[in-house]
Design a protein around this ligand. Structure first.
Ligand SMILES: *[C@@H]1O[C@H](CO)[C@@H](O)[C@H](O)[C@H]1NC(C)=O
Length: 515
């Protein structure tokens, strides 16, 4: 008996360390075998991320042999090396001397090539020819919170139009053709514009039409992006991206789907989150009162609940951007009286209305006219006024530039003065990357500072960090494609110069790790 017990103990003792050892080795194995490093991770699946994914998937722009460009200088430059794709050409050289509505030179170049002369209302066809060259593809993964299309899905439900349809389109799929097919009617000049819902669904369709889906990981929230030190030859330094991914599947239908953590390594990270995550606040007393809203959709919700009509107290709209104009128009539509308060003077060239072509934007022009001629019925607007305080009794104190105070009774206030990105996954919310590192990142006042020809972040912790879209000050879809061209061409250049970072690793599988 004793012998048997001793034997059992010996057996147990001699086996158990092995079990422990084995477990330890497993864990160790994981650390030794270098995790696969993805060439590119794109954070954000709006039009910026989609457009870059298209270029990284092997769709390559060339000058079409028969094509001509209306700009003779650009045309002759493009003719110098017609066998080279646009990704191999010297963008800085091509950009020289071009002018357009964006301050980003590559954006102006790409726009001039995709939509020549569109500012003059001419429909000159693009001299670019897109060839599918899968051998050029760079494996990449696009992370986004919702379905592809980014912020455009949040705009769903709006009856308002935003921009000329062809300005919103991405290369290779004419938005007009797609809309025509969808609406099953011929588009007249008048409804040449698309609603945000149509745009969102176009972007989603684009991703499947171009077979980009396998590069998109939706339902993901990135929680940190940090520099990962190298491990001599075994593992070069790179970026570590961690976050949470919502589990998809039948079994989670109708329940709160669990979020599983993921962690991955990448040579290059592209910040393409847009800047619409967190609405900007005035920072005045009473701003958190329930009748003070910070998004257009709260107005829409109030309208659909029937809270506003012509007998309501006026709605106060604060701000002078397009969203504020949308709110003014929506309230007008209901015959609800509107107070409109904005800081700038109506003739300020920085005012968005003074930058939009009148003919193309008749309703925004109407709002601008109302601002200028003080035609708001029955109440005049409040140019160069700021909100001093909101009060619980729904009174609002406005103060003019000259210090004059007015108290107005309102039903609701809509503070629509822009938004900030949520860059909480970066050190110090990404502040250190801004043109002014003391201030939070915003699209118009403090964008991320990048090289204009590569979109590389100037103050990055390491090589291979890029930013594009509204984060670098580009708010129109029409122009953010330039960032995609700059980044794709810089990655292609690195690839040509000897592989390493950003090089295509054929056969490597792109997926989100589960742990
Ligand atoms: C920013 O995003 C993080 C997670 O990604 C979230 O926890 C946080 O609440 C967000 N911040 C704001 C102000 O929305």
């Amino acid at each position: 008996m004793v012998i048997i017990i001793i034997f059992i103990i010996i057996v147990f003792v001699s086996f158990s360390p092995q079990i422990k050892k084995k477990k330890k080795m497993d864990r160790h194995d994981k650390e030794i075998i270098p995790e696969e490093i993805l060439p590119v991770v794109i954070i954000g699946n709006g039009p910026s991320g989609i457009c870059l994914s298209y270029l990284l998937s092997g769709y390559t722009p060339y000058l079409s042999p028969e094509a001509s460009h209306p700009n003779p200088l650009l045309h002759s430059k493009l003719r110098e090396q017609p066998h080279l794709s646009l990704l191999e050409q010297d963008l800085e050289y091509l950009c020289e001397g071009l002018e357009g509505r964006s301050s980003n030179p590559v954006a102006v170049l790409f726009d001039a090539l995709l939509l020549p002369d569109s500012d003059f209302g001419l429909d000159h066809s693009s001299p670019l020819e897109w060839r599918y060259e899968p051998e050029r593809a760079v494996p990449h993964l696009v992370l986004g919170k919702g379905p592809p299309g980014g912020a455009w899905h949040a705009m769903e439900g709006s009856m308002l139009t935003l921009s000329l349809a062809n300005w919103m389109e991405l290369p290779g799929l004419k938005l007009k053709d797609w809309m025509r097919e969808k609406r099953r009617s011929v588009l007249s000049k008048q409804n040449d514009r698309a609603t945000p819902t149509e745009i969102a669904s176009y972007y989603q369709h684009y991703v499947s039409q171009m077979s980009l889906e396998q590069n998109f990981a939706c339902g993901t929230t990135v929680t940190s992006v940090s520099r990962q030190p190298g491990d001599q030859e075994a593992a070069p330094p790179c970026w570590r991206v961690t976050g949470l991914q919502r589990r998809e599947g039948e079994e989670f239908r109708g329940t709160q789907a669990p979020h599983v953590p993921f962690s991955m390594l990448a040579h290059n990270v592209v910040l393409a989150t847009g800047t619409h995550d967190i609405p900007a606040r005035l920072g005045v007393d009473g701003e958190s009162l329930p009748h003070v809203c910070h998004s257009f959709w709260e107005l829409e919700a109030a309208i659909s609940r029937g809270e506003l009509d012509q007998s309501s107290d006026p709605v106060l709209v604060v701000g002078a951007g397009l969203t504020a104009a949308d709110a003014v128009l929506a309230a007008h539509h209901l015959n609800t009286p509107v107070y409109h308060a904005f800081r700038r003077s109506v003739s300020d060239p920085g005012l968005i209305f003074n930058q939009l072509p009148k003919l193309l934007y008749p309703e925004y022009h109407k709002v601008h006219q109302m601002m200028i001629q003080q035609q708001y019925e029955p109440d005049p607007p409040f140019p160069r006024y700021r909100v001093a305080a909101f009060r619980p009794d729904r009174k609002c104190v406005l103060e003019s530039d000259s210090g004059r105070r007015t108290v107005v009774q309102i039903s609701k206030a809509l503070v629509l003065i822009g938004a900030h990105p949520n860059l909480s996954f970066l050190k110090d919310n990404g502040r250190t990357l801004g043109v002014n590192p003391e201030e939070p990142i915003t699209c118009r006042r403090n964008p991320v500072e990048v090289d204009p020809f590569t979109n590389k972040v100037a103050a990055a912790d390491g090589p291979g960090l890029y930013a594009m879209g509204p984060l670098v000050g580009e708010n129109f879809v029409r122009f953010l494609k330039g960032g995609a061209l700059a980044i794709a061409s810089d990655l292609a250049k690195t690839q040509r110069e000897g592989g390493g970072r950003g090089a295509a690793q054929t056969g490597s599988e792109v997926r989100v790790l589960d742990s």
